[in-house]
Design a protein around this ligand. Sequence first.
Ligand code: UD1
Length: 451
Amino acid sequence: MEAFRILGGQRLDGEVRVDGAKNAALPAMAAALLGDEPLRLTGVPRVTDVTTLAAVLRHLHVAVRRENDILQLESDASRGEASQRFLAPQHLVARMRASFCVLGPLLALRGRAVVSLPGGCHLGDRPVDLHLRGLAALGADIRLERGHVVAESKRLRGAMLSMSGRHGPSVTGTANVLMAATLARGTTTIASAAREPEIVDLGRCLRKMGAKIEGLGTSTIEVHGVEQLGGATHQVMPDRIEAATLLAATAITRGQVTLRGAPVEALQSVLELLTDAGCQIDTTPDTIRLRSPERLQPICFTARPYPGVPTDVQPLLTALATLGGGTSTIEDQVFSARFRHLAELRRLGARIELEGPRAKVRGVEQLTGAHVCATDLRAGAALVLAGLAAQGETLVHDVAPIDRGHERLEAKLSRLGADIERVPSQRRPTLLMNRQRARERAAVAARSAPR
Ligand code: UD1
């Protein structure tokens, strides 16, 4: 277990390059299962979610080689045990929801997929009904067996299907069905498809492999199935959530930073909110310069599917709102229960109340350092941001969820002037006391046990 020790109060200043997008790299890696030649992905971030999916793919007989930021993937279904060619193991899939994206490609090319029901960040109920309904519409026979989805089909056939759920379209659901449809017989129309830039990026990668896809970036995607896909070289798009994290970190520390290689267009909704908060923002097609005001203004927003404010940015902007000069109102329509960071932000002195589906954040003059815990990836990053602004020392414990999506976040922030370092997690006093009591109880029990 590791922690980030942060001494707050340093303004961020300087220039930094944005990494490749985790959420674009992951489905593109799964797409390697579809091709009969190597897929070369460049700009792949060194985050633990990528390592986990690489392990899942190796298990499925995809050779995965990394050289710097390049990942070369080559699928060979003829190797190894037949029973292993279809099985994505539970101990790996449970770690990360995006690994469920191997379901569509496995089914499309190998005719059978056995994939454990996924895990991932704890953001409330996260069903996979849209993935399964979509693949069933393409002709797959799907059943649940001992916690695994078993999907089988001869060749999939094109169909009309919808990705629309109660909370909008599913992003990885759209990725799963899109990949499966590339090898189906005939045309597939995906209505209410996710419009997220990462889906557009995946579609571009699939096109380079030989897929025929129209309507990327709109809510109706049309896929004309082909007989086979080949290899390709594809540059993964820059990470809009990492970019938003660095911008919010700059804003909360009253700093000024330039992001290089930034996905400016994909960040429009976030840039508008940061402007509402009083930040001065200048852009070129691939750089963003942010200068923060002395006092942030309150912000009001609802996280929505693209092109709305991303739910993944919501915790970061909530951290920002804790220091706004007034009351901010925040809602999340994608994951309505995504407010686990509020309790930890309160430890740092934030004044936040949940009123039904809305968080009301009353800005304070100053946050104060404390021990907090990273409950999930973006909540953890939000706590880092708050710690950067807080007076005194903050320890963000158990930072593994942050490493799932950031390649050494602390190193990037340090280069911009933050006082942050990775340290072994010092257990919090309550945990130490519980352990001490448990040891004492065990000793008493051992003394009184029959010999
Ligand atoms: C992806 C992103 C994640 C982001 C989320 C929403 C990746 C690897 N992860 O997750 O970072 O927070 O999009 O932008 O790209 N839903 C259903 N049925 C389903 C699937 C989803 O009802 O079968 C619901 C979910 O509970 C949620 C909403 O749809 O309320 C959106 O979820 P979804 O887009 O599927 O999230 P992910 O693709 O898992």
